[in-house]
Design a protein around this ligand. Structure first.
Ligand code: SF4
Ligand code: SF4
Length: 342
């Protein structure tokens, strides 16, 4: 998902402009639609969703924390079934539009849950299961550097969005909003530096410390990629807290906008003149944010420990290896709490 990583960063660099200028918002959405249509004319499958869509990349990453999973019931049935209808398609449905072979599916990342294979499989060998949230994060053989970087980018963007868009620093908003070119260039440099260098760099040091503390023998690069999957629950909690901060406080604008979507004086649902009122008491919103961040931190710490156990079979050593990673996770969680409550 490198293309999706850079696509997301490209969009995120202009997020303040995209969020505050409706014409730019429309242009970006139109570009997504046109790119999706153009690629679907050239290729058979959902190439845009699978390889390019900046949103698809992070949905795939966070789908690893999901309690639902589409999997085959019995891989032996797939092995003995010579005609792979789930790949080729048949009269009941398309071959997998995400170019996945369901028989090998062990994680949610690249499955769009379109349900085509549920329709096409003549052996009734595909089902949707309830699984322990985060099980996919522990599928060691599928871990990759591009996905690890996606985890850094999503965590870094959640922190930076919270600071710039919701924080009290007027100059940061002006820089992000392109009030001046030098200001935006400084913002872009800092934004890319934090996401691509600072956060991965600190995590690399934490990984080296974990390796040394627990005498782990795997290469640092392998451990760096593996431990990065513990960032997924933390980043997801950060985005939940970020979303709560404006949905619960500014959600009343949704009814106004739905009633008069173009600002042309319509009143489709009688709510155009509703004005602003917080959906919940801001104190309750802060309570929910801290709850989400605490839950995400506990989930992330547990994931880090279980990944450490893959490399240290002694529980005490695994616990020691978890300590530096836990330090990184706790610092991230405190950063969010400080931004929302500080
Ligand atoms: S069509 Fe069904 S049984 Fe055959 S390979 Fe695909 S999922 Fe397995
Ligand atoms: S649900 Fe859709 S995307 Fe997922 S494996 Fe089946 S056909 Fe592919």
């Amino acid at each position: 998902m490198w293309l999706q990583n850079f696509g997301f960063l490209g969009v995120a660099l202009f997020s303040a402009v995209i969020l505050t200028r409706p014409s730019v918002t429309a242009l970006v959405l139109l570009t997504f639609v046109l790119a999706g249509v153009a690629l679907s004319v050239v290729y058979e499958n959902r190439v845009f969703c699978r390889y390019l869509c900046p949103v698809g990349g992070f949905i795939g990453l966070y789908a690893m924390a999901a309690p639902l999973a589409l999997r085959v019931r019995d891989t032996q049935v797939c092995l003995s079934h010579k005609h792979k209808d789930c790949v080729t398609g048949n009269e009941r449905g398309y071959g997998c539009p995400w170019m996945v072979y369901p028989g090998n599916l062990t994680r949610n990342v690249y499955c769009g849950l379109c349900t085509e294979c549920l329709k096409t499989c003549p052996k009734d060998n595909v089902a949707i299961y309830i699984q322990a949230p985060g099980s996919d994060l522990l599928v060691a053989k599928e871990r990759r550097l591009d996905e690890a970087y996606k985890a850094f980018i999503m965590l870094g963007c959640a922190l930076l969005y919270s600071a710039v868009l919701l924080g009290p620093w007027r100059w940061a908003k002006d820089w992000a909003n392109m009030a001046s070119l030098p200001g935006w260039l400084a913002y872009a440099t800092a934004f890319l530096g934090v996401n691509l260098l600072a956060l991965p760099g600190c995590f690399w040091l934490a990984t080296r410390a974990a390796r040394r503390l627990a005498h782990q023998t795997a290469r640092v690069r392998r451990l760096f990629v593996d431990y990065a999957y513990a960032l997924v629950p933390m980043g997801l909690a950060g985005w939940i807290a970020f979303s709560l901060s404006f949905v619960l406080v500014n959600g009343s604008y949704m009814m106004t906008a739905l009633s008069d979507p173009f600002g042309w004086g319509w009143d489709l649902f009688g709510t155009a003149g509703g004005g602003w009122a917080p959906l919940v008491d801001p104190a309750l919103a802060a309570f929910l944010q801290v709850g989400a961040l605490t839950g995400g931190l506990v989930f992330a710490l547990r994931t880090a420990y279980r990944i450490a156990c893959e490399h240290s079979h002694d529980a005490r050593l695994a616990l020691r290896a978890t300590l530096p990673i836990a330090g990184f996770l706790v610092a991230s969680a405190l950063g969010f709490v400080w931004l929302y409550l500080g």
